[in-house]
Design a protein around this ligand. Structure first.
Ligand SMILES: *Cc1c(COP(=O)(O)O)cnc(C)c1O
Length: 370
């Protein structure tokens, strides 16, 4: 932790105010500035933000909606997305990724739509905001709620039909943010936030995050999802560095895309406005993917698999599995690998990674042919 952060923490500790105080209010104001003046509500985690998004909109039986309410969401995403839908008392309906991309395209959401569909959960996976303007227009025409999961794409921008670029998190009825340390805007622990189009929904979220408490009364059933002052204070410091951090992520991604253009692996789409939370490549098969991870580990390069299973294959989600298979998300879970990309990577480390990956990809493809 740098001196600036330590000083900021000391100020909070001396103030004696630890939860939902001036730091949280200041953070909410700054997040509003980032997201087209939307009404922002700070909470304890990105997972809570997703749950409170559905509850504030009244989607699902847990907060005023109907138990048969359906929410369409991609299968190739983090488990918290399905957990939130189910905890809100709604039904998750899983949608496949595109043949040649991580994100689920509009056509797949359209095909999954039924008269019970109330909302689409759009996930800007790995930092890619592509499709948000199109989904926003579709949801507006069809009178569906659009919930944006911007846990991975805060800092990204998407260009609308009018030619204007607007930030991810400003397209839907509500956006759920996570400030888990590995996200584009990271806290020093768990934290999250919501940004609403309609201030009435934001009011509801403010009640829900603090046990429905208002003016001495508990006027609805809520939960404890209060953000603490230390995280709010540290996030303001992180916001000072945020534009530079996103620029650095973009520069590293550009370097990778150029250096690996002729490598026998599928590179992520170089989407306009990408925030590059993760740089995920797709290998020919699971054997090549696993071998690449092992080879890079021997060279001291850490990789991750996002995600080992698409949601519709999770044992715990079997009840909501549906009938058809979702082949693209299944293939991506078997063949994709996240390579290191974060702002603190130095130029020498980047060149080392570039060289090591080129060599290792060549090796694993050669071996799998023989
Ligand atoms: C991290 C993440 C979440 C959950 O956020 P937490 O702050 O860890 O609860 C939700 N959705 C996606 C896509 C994420 O990457």
């Amino acid at each position: 932790m740098a001196e600036r952060q330590i000083q900021a923490c000391a100020t909070v500790l001396r103030s004696g105010v630890y939860v939902l105080g001036p730091q949280v209010r200041a953070l909410e104001a700054r997040l509003s500035d980032q997201l087209q003046q939307r009404e922002t509500v700070a909470v304890k985690s990105g997972s809570d933000a997703l749950l409170l998004a559905f509850k504030s909109l009244g989607v699902g039986g847990a907060a005023g909606g109907h138990p048969e309410d359906e929410v369409l969401l991609p299968s190739y995403t983090f488990a918290a997305c399905a957990e939130a839908v189910i905890a809100a008392g709604a039904r998750p309906v899983f949608v496949d990724s595109a043949d040649d991309d991580f994100l689920a395209p509009l056509a797949h959401f359209r095909n999954a739509r039924t008269p019970r569909t109330r909302a689409i959960l759009a996930v800007g996976l790995f930092g890619d905001p592509t499709g948000l303007p199109e989904l926003a227009a579709y949801c507006r025409d069809e009178q569906l709620h659009l919930v944006e999961d911007v846990a991975q794409c805060l800092g990204a921008g998407a260009c609308g039909a009018d030619g204007h670029t607007r930030p991810a998190g400003s397209w839907g009825d509500v956006a759920a943010m996570s400030f888990y340390p590995t996200k584009t805007l990271g806290a020093a622990g768990d934290a999250g936030a919501l940004a609403f189009r309609n201030p009435r929904h934001a009011e509801k979220a403010r009640l829900l995050r603090n046990h429905g408490y208002q003016d001495g009364l508990h006027i609805c059933l809520g939960q404890n999802s209060r953000m603490d002052e230390l995280q709010a204070c540290l996030l303001q410091v992180a916001l000072d560095d945020f534009p530079a951090a996103i620029a650095r992520r973009r520069a590293i991604a550009a370097r990778y895309l150029e250096a690996w253009a002729d490598c026998p692996m599928q590179l992520p789409r170089n989407a306009a406005g990408h925030a590059w939370n993760y740089f995920v490549v797709v290998l020919r098969g699971p054997r090549e993917r696993n071998a690449l991870a092992v080879q890079l580990a021997t060279k001291g390069i850490d990789t991750r698999v996002y995600y080992e299973q698409p949601l519709h294959l999770h044992e715990a989600l079997r009840h909501w599995q549906g009938t058809g298979s979702l082949p693209s998300s299944e293939r991506l879970a078997r063949c994709s690998l996240a390579l290191p990309l974060y702002p603190m990577l130095g130029d020498e480390e980047i060149e080392y990674i570039i060289h090591a990956v080129r060599q290792a990809v060549g090796d694993v493809n050669r071996h799998s042919q023989t």
